[in-house]
Each structure stands twice: as C-alpha cells, then as structure tokens.
Design a protein around this ligand. Structure first.
Ligand code: UCC
Length: 601
C-alpha cells in the first residue's frame, strides 16, 4: 500500500511536470495533454468484502458456509466482469415503447436491451429467487439468497427491481396457500430454468394515490364467473412492465355496480400480462415514464380494459394480503440500498489510491480518509440492518421463529427500509464528490448511481410513510414490538464484554423505554416524532449487532472502532427532540407558520 502510494506519487508528479512543460512549449492546437486518469477497478466483490464475510461467518453454520462460498466467490467475480458489462449495456440501451406498427396497428411492444434479457436468464440460473423457496438450507436460505443478491444488485442493471416483485409475488402466493390456479405461476416464479422463469409486477399505484392506496385506488373488478374477474382501471406507475404476470389491487363491484370505499373495499388479484396467444391481456401501455433514474427499467402507465384476473386471498383484504409482498420488496429495497452504498464506497476507495492531488494520492490525506471512514461506517450499518432482516425472515419462513423474532421482523422492516435508503442517497452523493468533477460526468457511470439511489427513499413507501408504518406496527401490537425489541437488545448485550459503548447502548435502551412510558403513551401527536423514533430504533439495533460482532471477533480491532464510533453519535434523536421541544403540538404550529406563511407584501 505504501509502496503503491509512493509509486503513484512519482508517477503523478512526473505526469504533471510533463503536462506543464507541454503547455509552455507546444503550440499545437487540440493538444488534450498526456495525462490520463486511471479508472478505478474493483476486485472480486465477495473476496474483498471482509465485513460481509465476517457477518456470514458468525451467522451461518460452518459447513454451510464452506458449501456456498465457491458460489459466492464466482458471483463476486462475475459481478465486476461479465455481469457488470451487461449492467452498463442496460443503462446505455434503455427500454422503449413501440405503440403502433408501420401500418397504424396498435401493438404496445416494450423493447428492452439484450443485456436486460440476459439479466433475467442469469437471475434464474443463479437461483436468485429459487434459493429462498427451495429452502435447501432451512432458516439460513434467505441469508444465502440475500448474500448473492447483495453481490449481484449493483451490477444488475436494475434487474433487482423485477426480482423484488417476483420474490414478493411468490411470497404472497405461498402465504395464500398456493391456490391451484396459481400453481404454474408459482413454479415459474421460483424456477432456475431460464426458459420457464417468470417475473412479476406489483401494480399498486394509481393517479389518485401513491401512499394512500386505500383511498386512491379506483380500479374496478367485475365478476365474470368461474372465479374470473374483468379489471377496468388505470395504473399510474407499473415497474418492470415487461413482467409475465402481476399482482394488483381493485374494488369488486356488486351486482348493482356499487363498490366499497377505503381499505375494506380493496382485494388483491393475480393476472398474467399476456393471453395464451401472446397478445396483451386487455392491457394498453399508454406511455413509458420519463424518470430521473432507473432508466434501465420500463415503468409504464397502463390502461386495464377488461383484463382477466383471479382473486388471491380474501375479498376486501387486499391491503393486508399485498403487505406480504411489501415486506419482501422493502427488504430488497434495503438490500439494493446497502449494496449500492458498498459499491460506490469501494469505487471511491479504489479511486483514492489512483488519483493524486497536490503531489500525493488522495488516500494519503487524513481528511479524505476521515470522509471514507464515515462512509464505511454507514455502509456497515446498512448492511447489518439488511442482513438481520433476512435472518429474521428466514426464521419466520422456516417455522423456527419465536414470537419475539416475528415481532422484531415486523418492527425492523420499515425501519431498515427508510434508514438504508437515506444512507444510500447520502453516501452515493458523497461518493460522487470523492471523484471531483469526474463524479459529475455521465460516461463514468457514476451519475447514474446517484439517480438510481434517489428512488430508494421514494418507491415502496417514502420515509414518512414508513415512519408511520413503524407507528402502525407499535399500535397494532399494543407495544409488543417494542417489548420484543428491548428484550432482544438487552439479551444480546448481556453476552458482550463490558465497554463504554455497551454502556451507551444500555442507557439508550433505558431512555427509549422511558420515552415510551412517559411521552409516547400520552402524546397526542406521535406522528410528529415518527421519523426520529424510527432512526432511534435503527441506531440502537445496529449498535447491538456491532457489539455482537465485535465481541465475536475480539482480534478484529476495526470492529471495535466501528462500534465505538457508532455509539459516539446521538443514538436517540427522538429523546433529543423531546428534550429540546417537549411540546410537539407547539412546534407543529411553528412548522406550519414558518413554512406556509403567505408572503407579506
Ligand atoms: O410499486 C412500486 C414500485 C415497485 C418496485 C419495487 C422495487 C423494490 C425494490 C427494488 C430493489 C432494486 S412503488 C409503490 C409502493 N407503494 C407503497 O409502498 C404504498 C405506500 N403506502 C403504504 O404503505 C400505506 O401505509 C398502506 C397502503 C399500507 C396503508 O394502507 P391502509 O389501508 O390505510 O392501512 P391500514 O388500514 O392501516 O392497514 C390495512 C391492513 C391492516 O391489517 P388488518 O386489517 O389485519 O388490521 C394492516 O395491519 O394491512 C395491514 N398492513 C400491514 N401488515 C398495512 N401495512 C402493513 C405492513 N407493512 N406489514 C404488515
């Protein structure tokens, strides 16, 4: 490392001198200079990720890890070579919609890049969905699947999105007991055979409601007999519209055509996107969305005019039924966020070794290293939260969960989604800055990373909607999720050696309990602090897992540093907010006046 740094320094100084000399002596026009930058190259992303490897080593049985490591290593290599090339091709060849053929016939064909199609094949053969449903490793299958997806996602050309919905659909169908009419679809969603593998959409959003699905959904389902319905409505955002099937929400019309409003009126439906002959299932693709990012991914507005569909789950239980899909897509969102965070950080680190400024590679500047170290800590924190969710989900799906671990999963799912998404945007932005002007140049591929990160706090529920979901989980379980959380965190810490960081975490847990007893229970305006509450829960949980890791690997001093730095921050923004603004109702009024006050002429 030192040798590399001094070599780089000499090379850099020589190049700058050479450029300076040319500037003074050459008079040729169009001299673009001799100096070129070396683009950062990444090593095998499994082998290089010591943090992920330590986590897996702690959580997986030794024999299992020995069994799956060759697979992880192979994927870790492919995602920085062959699969990464496909990723770049997906970005360069975005999907387009052919609405009419040359003769004026309406065709509604979405054309996608060959690289996008190849990603579908890779997803099947790598078993990226199948692993979770084959359950060859029981409760650990989700961890195995998520480890593969963690390596794959940053090079997937956004193929992680259809995979999220595909996994979510398989989960919904399996929770519904795999009805006979969905057996074939289920086997395709979970297949390893690229010729059979299906992807699914999740068409929830309509013009009237993004967050407020319950009141904003106006698609109507008319019963047609034999369990079939004809759907009529307009879906405003439908991601990965080239999917083979979709799950969606609609209101079933009574014989007189009336429908129930609100949540109780919504049911969930399964539909194949195409009829047997290959035509669209009475679906018109009105247009593809012109998005800030995720341009590799076809997202469309769809008109359903008599789309044949079948009910999944019970009538009027649509939101509750599709929430199983939301659980999975929110886990994928966290996974996508934490792996994207890792990728930009690795690129930033690699670049810091290559790029020189003021006579030295920038990795030799303490201020730059401090920036990278902060990014590393945030990346580790996102990774821990994501993989802990996968671990808890694995327990639930293999029937080995306790009541407490189920409650923990319910509480942490929205926390992880909102936390990791915010970190991804912040770290990706910082990562671009680490590249200076190059971070702003399209063909480096870096700006696309920031654009793609920006969707993470938006789709699958915004930060505020997810914060409210944390309150929903607390209220629906009458606070049991918090008890399970506290018990789990205290129990994990009791196995860790005494340190000042452990003390900080124990104090934070006590203060959070105090907040629940003295403020939350009596507050008239819980919503106002829902974000701070969510981040406080996330901070404590992440700290506890850092403590667990650092206790398990006492020889790894960097883990102790991570733990100490983590615990040195304000772990409880909710308590800080209550202390500084005890009366939230007043501050709410202040917020309104500050923000909405009309301009005084
Ligand atoms: O589609 C989109 C893009 C797809 C791309 C996916 C890629 C992801 C990863 C990619 C990686 C590369 S984005 C659109 C997504 N839309 C949303 O996320 C909607 C956001 N809005 C919400 O989440 C709201 O909170 C709603 C819709 C869930 C609120 O609905 P309601 O009807 O007002 O909620 P209720 O009445 O509180 O809940 C109805 C039922 C209750 O069950 P019961 O009736 O038994 O009490 C709730 O407990 O649903 C249950 N429920 C839940 N259960 C609601 N939320 C949950 C939950 N999170 N978990 C379990």
């Amino acid at each position: 490392m030192v040798r590399l740094a001094s070599l780089l320094r000499n090379e850099y100084t020589a190049a700058v001198r050479c450029n300076a000399a040319r500037l003074h002596t050459d008079v040729q026009p169009l001299n673009t200079g001799q100096f070129t930058q070396t683009s950062p190259t990444l090593p095998n992303q499994y082998e290089a990720d010591w943090f992920l490897r330590l986590y897996l080593k702690l959580k997986l049985p030794k024999e299992m890890l020995t069994c799956i490591e060759p697979d992880l290593k192979a994927l870790g290599e492919a995602t920085v070579t062959s699969i990464h090339n496909l990723h770049l091709q997906c970005e360069a060849e975005p999907p387009w919609l052919e609405q009419f053929d040359a003769w004026g016939r309406r065709v509604d064909r979405i054309h996608t890049s060959p690289a996008w199609k190849e990603q579908k094949k890779i997803s099947a053969t790598e078993g990226l969905i199948a692993i979770a449903y084959e359950r060859a490793y029981g409760q650990y299958s989700r961890l195995y699947q998520m480890a593969k997806l963690y390596l794959y996602s940053p090079s997937s050309g956004l193929y992680g999105c259809p995979l999220a919905m595909t996994d979510g659909a398989a989960k919904c169908i399996s929770v519904a007991g795999i009805p006979d009419y969905m057996r074939y679809a289920y086997s395709c969603l979970t297949s390893r055979d690229p010729d059979f593998f299906w992807t699914s959409g999740q068409w929830m959003t309509e013009k009237g409601g993004g967050s407020d699905v319950a009141n904003g959904t106006s698609t109507i389902a008319y019963a047609e007999g034999d369990g079939y319905y004809a759907l009529h409505g307009y879906k405003w955002f439908s991601s990965a519209t080239d999917a083979d099937m979709s799950l969606t929400l609609a209101r079933v019309a009574a014989a007189d055509g009336s429908v129930n409003e609100g949540t109780a009126g919504l049911s969930m439906f399964f539909l194949p996107t195409r009829k047997d002959g290959g035509d669209l299932n009475n679906i018109q693709i009105i247009r593809l969305k012109n998005k800030l990012g995720t341009r590799q991914l076809p997202t469309a507005e769809l008109l359903l005019s008599g789309t044949k569909a079948q009910l999944v789950g019970k009538l009027g239980r649509g939101v509750a039924t599709i929430s199983d899909m939301l659980t999975i897509t929110r886990l994928y969102n966290s996974l996508f966020a934490s792996s994207a965070t890792r990728r930009i950080l690795e690129l930033s680190k690699a670049y810091s070794m290559e790029r020189g400024a003021f006579g030295r590679p920038i990795c030799q500047y303490p201020l730059h290293m401090r920036t990278l170290a902060k990014m590393e800590l945030q990346t580790q924190s996102s990774t821990l939260l994501t993989f802990e969710l996968a671990r808890l989900l694995g327990l639930e799906e293999s029937g080995t969960a306790t009541d407490d671990s189920r409650l923990l999963l319910r509480l942490l799912m929205p926390v992880a989604k909102l936390y990791t998404a915010k970190v991804a945007v912040g770290v990706t932005s910082e990562g671009l800055e680490c590249f200076g002007g190059q971070g702003y140049i399209e063909d480096t591929g870096l700006p696309a990373m920031l654009r793609d990160a920006q969707v993470l706090p938006i789709w699958e529920g915004t930060t505020n909607v997810l914060s409210l979901d944390v309150l929903r989980a607390i209220e629906k379980t009458k606070g049991e999720v918090i008890k399970a959380f506290t018990t789990h965190c205290q129990s994990m810490l009791s196995k860790c050696p005494a340190t000042s960081s452990k003390n900080s975490l124990l104090t934070a847990i006590d203060q959070l309990s105090h907040y629940f007893t003295n403020h939350f229970a009596t507050s008239h305006n819980k919503e106002l602090l829902a974000r701070e509450l969510s981040f406080s829960i996330g901070n404590i949980y992440i700290g506890v897992v850092f403590a667990e890791l650092s206790a398990a690997y006492a020889e790894e001093k960097t883990l102790q540093v991570s733990l100490d730095r983590w615990c040195a921050q304000d772990l409880l923004p909710v308590v800080t907010a209550v202390t500084s603004e005890p009366d939230c109702a007043v501050s709410s009024e202040e917020d309104w006046n500050m923000t909405m006050r009309p301009f005084d002429k």
